[in-house]
Structures are given as structure tokens and as C-alpha cells.
Design a protein around this ligand. Structure first.
Ligand SMILES: Nc1ncnc2c1ncn2[C@@H]1O[C@H](COP(=O)(O)OP(=O)(O)OP(=O)(O)O)[C@@H](O)[C@H]1O
Length: 607
């Protein structure tokens, strides 16, 4: 095979298309929050539910003919549908529909007071504690630690004589008790942002502390605050209802808690009395929590969202249909992949710029390049584990005929660990120190293959033996700290191949190991690859490792594949000056080590 001509592998970074696509992606990420909120079905549904419920509360005077505490003894426990009592009446003959609407207002006022106080106290203290010096931080820290030592609900009960049973005063105190949570969120975010260059620039440009806090810093913390607001509102309503359920506070105030308590007493006589307030409370709190989750996805980003690409850029879709295209029999076909991150000024910074790679079944591709060239990002995109703030700006990742870009986490989870396996750089940090090695592998094998515990254990023991562990039973029963780094990598390799994957992604699998173990692990990988006919994407910055195991090589520099081709040709006739420079570096190293470089790679290579 000849080296792919540079014209083909050079990404479209210079073409007009990329520029437009990135601009388009930037536009998407700059879409106003409310517009993104309206595009999220979960957010729209929960918002609509909350709006309808609280609107009913506001319209109470027009929707009921009774007062919340107006009782008619002839109507005690009246059933649902009684004229003038659509949901029936309670044990005191009060209209349940009227009390339900008034309880909605009580819940709304509780949430409003509790959340406002928590935000006012927590955000102010968080900004002060995070932005100003160590002394103000120590003071706020001490105060909030003190607040956190109070037993929340118990304190609210103890303070009843002070609040006089008024739920509004109780919620005000509860707001203060909630403030430490907000304080910590804001303080941590401010600590992270206050040393950013743009904050320094604002300071240098003469802006005062208050302006910087109001403009730059508050902007960064607004997302987490909005998210926390939804959860805090749910918590406040739940606590107010809980207190009312216990009979704490004025009995004159209609509340879900008081209604549930009354319904509970009549559970066997009139079960629906219990049902209505429980249902309403459940719907309100669940909607607030789900809304909070949607807000988190919208404001903090969830899965990387692919940005629609132009028709002409859908290279992969047309390429795989073309029977004359060499990519046709590829197991993995990455085409024109772009990955970007948003910079603080809102623009997109592409770290992978139109990468195209193909790996055939049973083939080993080495992805080489300097640190930061985008190797891991390309591998992570294939595994579907890019960070939440990553944006796939363009391109396609076809695995075994299936498009991976745009798959949900769940859909990706069905492939990961089964058809696509992964070996990490740091084996130790990928094993949980609290569980025995065997238990972790069995869990993974069962999840991937759906087999019994016994079958999984037998399979893992056999694999541990296969990967060269002398006493598999002993390793199986060991905790991670009881085995060496090399052994841990063998264990993870055994775990990775347990599901007979089609593709193995190995990200710098030997970097963290010492030199002699490195060679053994590479031998093992090479043997297993041949035995299982595995396709392997081997990410490394080390040409020596590539020489040892890879059939084909792609060289990356600054987010771009600068050269790709067969290992023999790239080693014998590197075309790109960056590849030549990398090769010169290992040849120089080999001079020092005195082992012949060409023998090292030509002897070990699979062809
Ligand atoms: N969460 C992130 N936010 C912003 N930029 C990121 C993020 N993660 C990675 N990057 C950037 O993406 C670029 C490519 O990173 P990547 O980890 O793919 O490099 P690499 O070639 O694998 O290097 P290494 O061998 O050091 O891991 C780097 O410039 C890095 O700073």
C-alpha cells in the first residue's frame, strides 16, 4: 500500500466549509437559554405542568365557592363528585378542591421565601468568600460551617415559639439553613474563575471589584444557581409539607402536609382524601427535579451534540456506499471528525480538525503524535466518552456500519465494553481500590454478556491465565493495591477482551509501566490481537511502540492527521516533515540505546 496522498488526508481545515460549520456550531452554543429550554421536551412538559398548577393557585378565588377552613358538618367525608365538592370533603367537612388550591399557594410562597433567602445569603457570601482574600473566606467558611452543624428540621421545630407557627417565618429560617449549599457552589466557581485572564484584563482595564463580580463572575455562576433553584424549590416545598404533616405550625394554614395527615387518618374510610394532596405534592416536586435536570443539561451541556453538517461534508455516508472505496470494508471509519470546546469569550476552539481514519477488521492502527495533538479526543469520541462541554462540530464515526455520532449515552453504552473495548493509560486508577479485582471483572463481563456469575468467574479466571497471570485465583481475590502496575494492566486487558470485542482502543497502554513490563504488555496485546482477530486503535506518542505492533499509522499534529499509511512505508519513506522529525527523534534515541531501530519495527510488525 502506498502512503495516502497528502491531498486526501489533509483535513478540510482550509476549506470554506469548515469555517462555516464552526461558525454555525458557535451560533448553536450561543442560542439563548430560553430558546434551548423550549427545544427540550422534558423542560417544556415540566414547565407547563408547574405553570398550570401554580396558575390554578393564583386563580383560586375564581375556581372555588368555599373558604379553605369553611366546614359544613353535614359534608363530613363527602365522596368525590358531591355537588359543590368536586373532590369530596374532609373529616371536618371542608372542600378538598378548595384546600388543594390554597395548599398550592402555600407551597409556592414557601418555595419563594426559602429559595430567595438561600440565594440571597448563599450567593452574596459565595461571591465574597471566593473573590476576596483569605480572611473574608475564613469568616464566611466559619459562619457556614456553623450553620451546617444545626440539625435542620429539628431546629425549625424548636424555633416554633419564635416563629409563632407562621410557615413564612419558618421558611425564612429554612432558607438560611439551605444557604451553605449555594455558598459552596458559588465559592468554588468564583475561585475557579477569578484567576482567568479575562478577569485580570478587566481589573487592569480599571473595572472595580463590584463591576467585575457583577459582570464577569456572576455570569459564570448563573447557570449552576438556576439549576440549584429548581432543586431547592422542591426541597423547600417538601420540608414545609413535612412540618405540616407533623402538625408543626398553624392549623389554619391549608397545606399539602396537613391534608395528607388528615387523609391518612381517614385512609380506610375515604382513601381519595389521601390521594389528592399526595398526588399534587408528588407532581410538583417531581416536575421541579426533572426541570432541574433539564436545566443542568441545557446550561452545563450533556452529551456532545453533533452539529448538522452540510450535504457535501457527509463524506462517510457516501464513502461507505461506494463499493470501490477502500474504506468499504472498514470496521471503523472516522470521517472529517471535528471536536471543539467553547472558550470563555464564547467562540469555538477546534481541537480535532476534520480527522479521517479507517481501521479494517483485525487491523492495528497506531495513532501517533505529540501531546495535545488530539489523539485522545479522537479515541474518546469513538468511545462516546468526550467531556460534557465537548462539541462535535462535524463529521461521522461509523462503527461496523453504525453511526456513533449523535447516539445517546444509553445507545453508546450498549456498544462500549462489548463491541468496543478500552484499555486505559493508568491501570491502577481504573480499578476501584474498595473491591477485589475479580469482582470488578465479573461485574463488567456480566453487564456486557448477560451471563451468570459462575460463567463470568470461569471466563475471567481462564482469561487471567491467558494474559499471563501465574496464579489467577489469587489475583482474582486480590484488592488492586495487592497487585503490581503491570499485573493491573494484564487484568484490565483480560477484562477488555472478555466480551470478545471487535475493536480495542488502547490509550497509551504502556506509558505508566516500567520498560521491561512495557515490552511484555505489548507482546501480550500483539498475541491477543492475532488470536482474536481484533481491530486495535493504539493511541501513543511513542513511535517505538507503534513499530512494535502496528500495521498502519496515522500521524497527528495540532488536531490534524498530517500523514497516514502502512507502517513499513511511513518508517521507510516519511513524507511529512513532522513525521520525519518524530522518526529522527527515535533514531537519535536508538543511537544512544544502541539497539537497531529498523530491526525493532520490521521484525515485530504484523503484515
Ligand atoms: N475538557 C477540555 N476542554 C478544553 N480543551 C480540552 C479539553 N480536553 C482536551 N482539550 C484540548 O484538546 C486538545 C487535544 O487533547 P488530547 O487529550 O486529545 O491530546 P493528546 O494528543 O491525546 O495528548 P496527550 O498525549 O497529552 O493525552 C488539547 O489541546 C487539550 O488541551
Amino acid at each position: 500500500m502506498s502512503n495516502q496522498p497528502l491531498s486526501q488526508i489533509e483535513p478540510a481545515s482550509t476549506s470554506e466549509g469548515l469555517h462555516e460549520t464552526v461558525e454555525k456550531a458557535a451560533d448553536t452554543s450561543r442560542t439563548p437559554t430560553w430558546k434551548r429550554l423550549l427545544r427540550d421536551p422534558q423542560a417544556v412538559i415540566t414547565l407547563a405542568i408547574l405553570l398550570v398548577i401554580f396558575l390554578l393557585g393564583v386563580l383560586t378565588p375564581f375556581l372555588t365557592q368555599h373558604g379553605p377552613n369553611e366546614s359544613d358538618l353535614q359534608m363530613v367525608n363527602a365522596p368525590v363528585g358531591t355537588p359543590g365538592y368536586p373532590l369530596g370533603a374532609d373529616e371536618s367537612g371542608r372542600d378538598i378542591w378548595t384546600r388543594l388550591l390554597h395548599s398550592t399557594n402555600t407551597a409556592a410562597i414557601s418555595a419563594l421565601i426559602g429559595v430567595s433567602v438561600a440565594l440571597a445569603v448563599g450567593v452574596t457570601a459565595g461571591l465574597v468568600g471566593g473573590y476576596f482574600g483569605a480572611r473574608s473566606r475564613a469568616l464566611t467558611e466559619w459562619t457556614f460551617n456553623l450553620i451546617m452543624t444545626f440539625p435542620g428540621v429539628l431546629l425549625l421545630i424548636i424555633l416554633m415559639p419564635v416563629t409563632g407557627g407562621d410557615y413564612r417565618a419558618t421558611m425564612l429560617i429554612f432558607g438560611v439553613l439551605l444557604a451553605p449549599g449555594i455558598y459552596r457552589i458559588v465559592r468554588n466557581l468564583v475561585l475557579g474563575v477569578k484567576n482567568e485572564l479575562y478577569v485580570d484584563a478587566a481589573r487592569v482595564s480599571g473595572l472595580g471589584n463590584l463591576s467585575i463580580l457583577g459582570k464577569h463572575v456572576l455570569f459564570v455562576v448563573r447557570g449552576p444557581i438556576i439549576i440549584a433553584t429548581a432543586f431547592l424549590a422542591g426541597a423547600t416545598i417538601a420540608v414545609q409539607s413535612g412540618l405540616a404533616f407533623l402538625g408543626v405550625g398553624s392549623l389554619q394554614i391549608p397545606s399539602f402536609g396537613a391534608m395528607i395527615a388528615s387523609g391518612f387518618r381517614n385512609l380506610y374510610i375515604a382513601p381519595t382524601q389521601f390521594l389528592w394532596p399526595s398526588l399534587m405534592l408528588g407532581v410538583i416536586t417531581a416536575s421541579l427535579v426533572l426541570l432541574g435536570n433539564s436545566l443542568r443539561d441545557i446550561l452545563e451541556g450533556s452529551k456532545p451534540k453533533p452539529v448538522k453538517v452540510k450535504k457535501g461534508q457527509q463524506v462517510a455516508a457516501t464513502a461507505v456506499k461506494d463499493p470501490t472505496d477502500p474504506a468499504t470494508d472498514s470496521l471503523l471509519n472516522i470521517s472529517d471528525l471535528g471536536i471543539a470546546y467553547k472558550s470563555p469569550n464564547g467562540s469555538l476552539n477546534e481541537v480535532v480538525k476534520g480527522v479521517s481514519l479507517q481501521i479494517r477488521r483485525g487491523e492495528v492502527l497506531g495513532l501517533v503524535g505529540e501531546s495535545g495533538s488530539g489523539k485522545s479526543q479522537t479515541a474518546f469520541a469513538t468511545l462516546g466518552v468526550l467531556p460534557n462541554d465537548a462539541i462535535i462540530t462535524r463529521g461521522s464515526i461509523l462503527f461496523d456500519g453504525q453511526e456513533l455520532v449523535g447516539l445517546t449515552d444509553r445507545q453508546m453504552g450498549a456498544l462500549r465494553g462489548k463491541d468496543i473495548a478500552y484499555i486505559p493509560q493508568e491501570p491502577m486508577s481504573n480499578l476501584d481500590p474498595n473491591f477485589r479485582v475479580g469482582a470488578q471483572l465479573v461485574e463488567g463481563a456480566r453487564a456486557a454478556l448477560g451471563i451468570s456469575k459462575k460463567e463470568a468467574k470461569d471466563r475471567i479466571l481462564a482469561l487471567l491465565k491467558r494474559v499471563g497471570i501465574v496464579d489467577p485465583e489469587r489475583t482474582f481475590n486480590s484488592y488492586p493495591h495487592q497487585i503490581s502496575g503491570g499485573m493491573a494492566q494484564r487484568v484490565l486487558i483480560a477484562g477488555a477482551v472478555a466480551s470478545r470485542p471487535k475493536l480495542l482502543i488502547a490509550d497509551e497502554p504502556t506509558t505508566a509501566l516500567d520498560v521491561t513490563v512495557q515490552a511484555e504488555i505489548l507482546d501480550l496485546l500483539r498475541d491477543l490481537q492475532a488470536e482474536l482477530d481484533l481491530a486495535v486503535l493504539l493511541v501513543t506518542h511513542n513511535f517505538g511502540v507503534v513499530a512494535d505492533v502496528c500495521e498502519r499509522i496515522a500521524v497527528m499534529q495540532r488536531g490534524v492527521v498530517v500523514e497516514a499509511g502502512s507502517a513499513v512505508e511511513i518508517f521507510q519513506n516519511p513524507r511529512h516533515e513532522y513525521t520525519q522529525m518524530l522518526l529522527r527523534a527515535i533514531l537519535d534515541e536508538d543511537k544512544v540505546r544502541t539497539d537497531p531501530p529498523v530491526a525493532a519495527f520490521s521484525g515485530g510488525m504484523h503484515t
